[in-house]
Ligand binder design. Structure first.
Ligand SMILES: Nc1ncnc2c1ncn2[C@@H]1O[C@H](COP(=O)(O)OP(=O)(O)O)[C@@H](O)[C@H]1O
Ligand SMILES: [Mg+2]
Length: 246
């Protein structure tokens, strides 16, 4: 009884910093749910734009210049529709276990982060091995793993001249790997032993929670895989995730 009271009072005391961080996380989670509703609302007008532009494209006697413009409207609307559907899917809390293509997953996340990379002037290189077997796993969790690692890499490269390489490959007969390498400042020797710890962050409050890699490592290990990190000479960081096929 005394013990549990002591534990209770210990749990109740949290620092102002932690409270601010938890409040911020909670706000972002709510905002995420509201945004999902907004994104869902975009579907109907996008479908109208797509079908209307396709009808115009089938019309006869439309001037070439107009057809070209309508063709652009059609393809941009299709791109947005693809993105919104992907976003809604990714945002869902449901289990999504099935046969997952590591390359398609990497491409989805890179397309999704296109703007985040572009606004930091980061050049993204994709080296995907299209002969890889599919893996049996939860697609949304795999997306989250890649999102965490790639967002960290982008955040590390705030200055122009950043390069990000995402490479998939076979790893022995029954594993696949994805390597994410950046040419940011790298991780100091002190920090590298701690980056997978819960709440370890070197970022300003509001920019980092220190939970990304903690969650990522646990997700990877739950999938029966492993995650490795290495510094590179002249700065830069490389993360490698290795996952079993079955
Ligand atoms: N690509 C990277 N380059 C440099 N530092 C990194 C990189 N990835 C992770 N880190 C370091 O690891 C820390 C922990 O990352 P993470 O668990 O995702 O938490 P957060 O991103 O919220 O800080 C970061 O604060 C940063 O110091
Ligand atoms: Mg992070």
């Amino acid at each position: 009884m005394k013990d549990s009271a002591a534990r209770h009072s210990k749990d109740a005391i949290i620092s102002t910093d932690l409270l601010r961080q938890l409040a911020y996380n909670e706000k972002m989670a709510e905002l995420g749910k509201i945004s999902a509703g907004v994104v869902h609302e975009l579907n109907a007008p996008l479908s109208v734009i797509i079908s209307a532009s396709q009808m115009i494209l089938r019309e006869e006697g439309v001037p070439e210049a107009v057809l070209e413009m309508v063709d652009r409207i059609n393809s941009e609307a299709q791109r947005l529709s693809h993105l919104t559907k992907g976003l809604l899917n990714f945002g869902s809390h449901d289990e999504t276990i099935g046969d997952v293509d590591l390359n398609l997953t990497a491409e989805f996340i890179l397309d999704f982060l296109n703007f985040e990379a572009a606004r930091r002037g980061v050049l993204v290189l994709r080296q995907l091995d299209y002969t890889l077997p599919v893996i049996r796993t939860d697609a949304n969790l795999l997306k989250q793993i890649l999102l965490n690692i790639i967002m960290n890499a982008l955040q590390a490269m705030e200055n122009d001249g950043g390069k990000l390489l995402v490479e998939t490959a076979a790893y022995g007969p029954d594993k696949v790997s994805v390597m994410i390498a950046d040419n940011g400042p790298g991780i100091t020797a002190d920090a590298i032993d701690r980056i997978f710890e819960r709440y370890f962050t070197t970022k300003k409050p509001g920019n980092g929670t220190g939970l990304g890699l903690f969650v990522t490592k646990n997700l990877v290990e739950n999938m029966g895989g492993e995650i490795k990190v290495a510094g590179r000479s002249g700065g830069g960081t490389t993360f490698t995730v290795i996952l079993p096929v079955k």
